[in-house]
Ligand binder design. Structure first.
Ligand SMILES: Cc1cc2nc3c(=O)[nH]c(=O)nc-3n(C[C@H](O)[C@H](O)[C@H](O)COP(=O)(O)OP(=O)(O)OC[C@H]3O[C@@H](n4cnc5c(N)ncnc54)[C@H](O)[C@@H]3O)c2cc1C
Length: 341
């Protein structure tokens, strides 16, 4: 028995993919003390455990043995900061989309390109969330973590987190024992807008080169709503694969083979291939498997699960898509959401 946990809890509604999933024990955690106590109980009972945030970047199995925790630590407070800057200390269970929208509405710069990304603040560093030319790493200062090996609370500064494209220390073996309980982000009262992303710049110019971060946030919102399905209507986990990074040699080979290839040059001489284009090129765009899992008709990179099929079926279809892309282009697509088991 785990004190304070419910037993045999149906969790499908807590995952944006809508996959059926039952937890043997389930508990929301609202403080570090409660988190530590729950982990200690699981350990004493010899039970496995895992933690979720908003469930928007995981593919769950049907049954989760042991204890499943959901991060609900709340609170947003201002910390002392240099002039013109605002330092926010944010509970790991705070809603990321609410935080991003409300800071933009307050006239603070930093999160305006990252609005409407589902999930919690505590999960945002895990894959260094990014969109429209911005990444969390641009404004993240530090994270507060519970080290579950020692049960000590620590601060880790952003430079120690190995933040990269959809990657961080927390995705490596050396970082999986941390639970993020709070994050600190530094926003600016005045700043340059980040408009490198072509679609965003074009819309921004059309909108009269607006300056207020909320106006930029609204353009990003409109762009996102045009392309991405709402998980409440069509279950999905956002981009299902990372955009592959390749050397120039590989890019040139693929370009010769397919002159329509979509790719973006990176500063280090590599190229970021548009995974959505690769998936569309192998005929998967807008296609559904017999069990109803497939890709979105406006963005092939998004796997959709309208029939709320099990996680195993989502992974099966993802495997078929990956095999088709590998066969035609020799490129291995890497899955973005984690498998939750
Ligand atoms: C419609 C849609 C659009 C999306 N768009 C984007 C986008 O533009 N850019 C982008 O980067 N992502 C995007 N995503 C993916 C997703 O929103 C982000 O990865 C988000 O940060 C996941 O947050 P979450 O709270 O839902 O995490 P969950 O899915 O619950 O968890 C993800 C992983 O993080 C771990 N985790 C969660 N919280 C913590 C914590 N506090 N401490 C330690 N580990 C933790 C979990 O164990 C799991 O391994 C999108 C998803 C959807 C459904």
């Amino acid at each position: 028995m785990i004190s304070g946990a419910q037993q045999q809890v149906e969790l499908a509604a807590r995952f944006t993919l809508g996959c059926p999933c039952t937890a043997e024990y389930f508990m929301e955690v609202t403080s570090e003390a409660q988190l530590a106590e729950a982990l200690d109980s699981a350990r004493r009972a010899g039970l496995p455990w895992r933690l979720i945030g908003g469930g928007s970047n995981v593919v769950p199995v049907d049954y989760l043995p042991g204890l499943t925790l959901q991060m609900k630590i709340a609170g947003v407070s201002r910390e002392p900061a240099a002039e013109g800057r605002v330092l926010l200390d944010v509970g790991g269970g705070e809603s990321w989309p609410e935080l991003a929208w409300s800071t933009a509405a307050q006239g603070l710069y930093g999160l305006e390109n990252l609005v409407l990304i589902p999930g919690t603040a505590g999960a945002a560093p895990i894959q260094n969330i990014g969109a429209y030319g911005a990444e969390l790493g641009d404004i993240l200062q530090s994270v507060r973590v519970l080290d579950v090996r020692t049960m000590q609370v620590k601060f880790l500064t952003a430079d120690k987190l190995k933040l990269a494209y959809r990657h961080s220390l927390f995705k490596e073996d050396g970082g999986r024992h941390f639970v993020i309980t709070r994050i600190r982000v530094q926003l600016e009262e005045q700043a340059d807008l980040r408009l490198e992303y072509a679609d965003l710049r074009e819309r921004w110019e059309k909108a009269g080169a607006v300056k207020h971060p909320l106006e930029v946030a609204k353009i990003v919102r409109d762009l996102r709503l045009k392309k991405l399905p709402d998980p409440a209507k069509v279950p999905n986990a956002g981009s299902f694969f990372k955009n592959p990074l390749v050397h120039d040699e590989t890019y040139q080979r693929l370009l010769e083979q397919d002159p329509g290839l979509v790719a973006f040059p990176l500063q280090n001489g590599q190229w970021k291939l548009a995974a959505g284009w690769l998936i569309e090129a192998v005929g998967w765009k807008g296609q559904l498997s017999p069990t109803g899992v497939g890709t979105h008709d406006r963005q092939a990179l998004v796997l959709v699960n309208p029939g709320k099929a099990p996680g195993s079926e989502v992974l099966h279809v993802a495997g078929q898509i990956r095999a088709a892309v590998k066969h035609r282009f020799g490129i291995c697509l890497e899955q973005e959401p984690g498998n939750l088991s």
